[in-house]
Ligand binder design. Sequence first.
Ligand code: SAJ
Length: 427
Amino acid sequence: AVLGVVGLGYVGLPLAVEMVKQGFHVIGIDLDLSKIDKLYRGESYIHDISNETLTEAIASGRFKPTADFATISGIDAISICVPTPLSENQDPDTSFIVSVVDQIKKYMKKGILITLESTTYPGTTEELIQAELEALGYVVGEDFFLCFSPERVDPSNTRFNTFNTPKVIGGTTAACLSLGQALYNKYVQTVVPVSSPKVAEMSKLLENTFRSINIAFINEMAMMCDRMGIDIWEVIDAAKTKPFGFMPFYPGPGIGGHCIPLDPMYLSWKAKGFRFYSQFIELAQSTNDNMPYYVVNKTSKIMNEYAKSIKKSNILILGMAYKPDIADLRESPGLEVYDLFKDSGANVSYYDPFATSFRDKSGATVYSVAYDAEQFKKYDSIVLITNHTDLNYGEIASLGVPILDTRNAFKNYALPHIYKIGHSVQQ
Ligand code: SAJ
C-alpha cells in the first residue's frame, strides 16, 4: 500500500516519518516548495524530527516529498494534516481542507481511504469531504473510505510521540472504521475506535477546550490571589498534593500556540449554529487574552516601587516563544506584552535563545539581544515570559534588576526585587 500525507508540518511530517519507519511507502505532499527542498536535503524544520531521522527516511527510498498533487492518483490511503486557523473575524478558516479536497476529487483512485487529522469542528468530515465526493457520484464505504482521527502531537514532548500516544478514530461507515483502524494499528500502539467522525472531532475539542478553560481559571485565581496577598504558586503546590480529582494548571502571561487559543473557537462557532452560546469558552478566551495587560499593569506597579514609570524606561523581556525550549512564536503572549510595553512608551528588548527574531505589529523585524549579564544590569526591569530550561536564573536573579516572573521560574531565588504574577507586589 502507498500512503499519503498532505501537509508536512508539525503534525504531518512526524506522521509521515513514523509511517516510513514502519516500512510503508509514503508520498508527502506540501504546497511549500522550500519545505520539499529542505526535506530532500535532510534539513528538518520540525523540532521533534532530527536531520538524521529525516535523512534515513529519504535514504530508505520510501519517503517521497512532493508538491505535485497528481501523485494522489497512486495513493491508497491519505491523511490530511493541513492547518485550520481562524479567519480575521475569529471564525474557522477551513480553506486549507477545502483546497486539499478539490485536489483529491481530481486525482483520487477508487477505494482510497481518506483520514482527516486537522483539528476542526464536529461535522467537518461529513460536510466538507463526504458530501463533496458523494456529489460526484462516489459512494462512501465503497468507492472511498472516510475517517476522522485527531492529531495529539505535543511539540517538544520527549515522552509521548506519534507511536505511543493513543489515537482516536471515527469512521463514516463500519467499513471505513475497520479500514482506518487496520491502517493506524500498523504504526500507532493504541487505536481508540469511536462510533462516528463527529465523536472523534468533538473529543479533540473537549481535550483542548478543557485546557483553555482551566488555564483561564487559574489565571483568574492568580489575579484574585494577587489582590488578596496570597501566593497562588504555593496554593497550587498545596492543592496538587491531592492524589485524586485534581490536576494542576499554572498561571502565565496568556496562552499561545496553534491549538489552545484556536480550538475552542471552532467549537463555540459551530455551537452557535445550533443556537447554543458557550459562556465558558468566551469567558476563558477573554480572561486569557487579558493576561498580557495584567503583566504590563503589574510591571508598572513594581516600577512604581522604585519611583520609575514605564514611559522611557528600558525593559527586557526574557523568553518570547509560546512555551519552553522551542522557537515557536505562534500566538505567543510575549508578542502582545512587547507591543503593550512599546505602546506605553518603553524601550523594549527581548532575549530568547530559541526564538531569535520576530516581526512586530508594524512589520519591522525585531531581533533577540545577546545574552550579556553586564548589559542586562542596565535595564530598569526584566519580565520573564517563557521559562526556557537553560536560562541562567541564578545569574539573572543576582543582577539586582527588578524582575516580574510570570512562570515562577525564579522560585529558588526569594529576593526582594523578584516579583511574580499571582502574588501581591508588597512582599
Ligand atoms: N499554559 C499555561 N498554563 C498551563 C498550561 C499551559 O499558561 O497550565 C500556556 C502555555 O504557556 C502555552 C499555552 O498555554 O502558551 C498552550 O500550552 P500547552 O501546554 O497546551 O501547549 P500546546 O499548545 O503545545 O498544546 C499541545 C496540545 N497538543 C495537541 O493539541 C495535540 C495539547 O492538547 C496538549 O495537552 C499540550 O500540548 C500539552 O499537554 O503539552
